[in-house]
Design a protein. Structure first.
Length: 219
């Protein structure tokens, strides 16, 4: 089954999981020495080069929030509540720019948006949490992040279940990263269908896409 970026939203979760400490960052490819360079959101388009040939590219037009990339409505309910800052970080939807690329290995997203002055720091204590809205419930766990100079990065692995009419379940898996870049937030995600006959892109693709997107934004 091919995933769509407009996937139905999600239901209140039973058996909610408490927050725990997120994994420590792992060694990655640091950004270039231009970490202090100003962010140019228009350059987000350049990171499309990270996709394999044959992917269908469209402009991203949804909210700049991981739950939206996972096909869920905003706002959604999280447990613990403080993890809502990862489900839908403080960002200005009117400034969002980005793209999505659909192909046999999943749907990739790269989005950048302005962060309001004084917005809270991304929480790093959400090692295991749930998010729900409508008929879908997702479990989220923290994952190691690539090291990017001058960026506050959080990584997440998400498994979502949507119960449709008649009790049929559809499933979604996503690897997602958020990077705080001063006055901007950068979101990337690779969303895949566990039931697809096609293998997903490489396990480290989303982390690679983040480093490529941040480098592109910095020029």
């Amino acid at each position: 089954m091919r995933l769509a970026s407009g996937m139905v939203a999600v239901a209140l979760a039973a058996g909610l999981t408490a927050c725990s400490s997120a994994p420590a960052p792992v060694a990655g490819t640091p950004s270039a020495a231009n970490a202090a360079a100003p962010i140019n959101p228009a350059r987000v388009e350049r990171s499309r080069a990270a996709l394999p040939d044959g992917y269908e590219i469209t402009a991203y037009q949804g909210p700049p929030a991981p739950v939206a990339l996972w096909g869920m409505r905003v706002p959604a309910v999280t447990e613990p509540p403080q993890c809502a800052a990862l489900a839908a970080p403080a960002a200005d939807p009117s400034t969002a720019r980005g793209w999505s690329g659909s192909g046999p290995g999943g749907i990739a997203y790269a989005v950048v948006a302005g962060a309001p002055a004084g917005s809270p720091v991304l929480p790093h204590d959400c090692g295991s949490w749930t998010v729900s809205a409508g008929p879908t419930t997702a479990t989220v766990v923290g994952v190691p992040t690539p090291l990017i100079d001058g960026a506050d990065v959080v990584g997440m692995r998400t498994d979502a279940v949507t119960v449709v009419e008649g009790g049929t379940e559809t499933r979604l898996h996503a690897e997602t990263f958020i990077a705080g870049l001063g006055d901007y937030l950068c979101l990337v995600s690779l969303v895949t269908d566990p039931g697809s006959p096609h293998p997903p892109l490489a396990p480290d693709f989303a982390a690679h896409l983040l480093t490529e997107t941040v480098a592109a934004l910095r020029g």
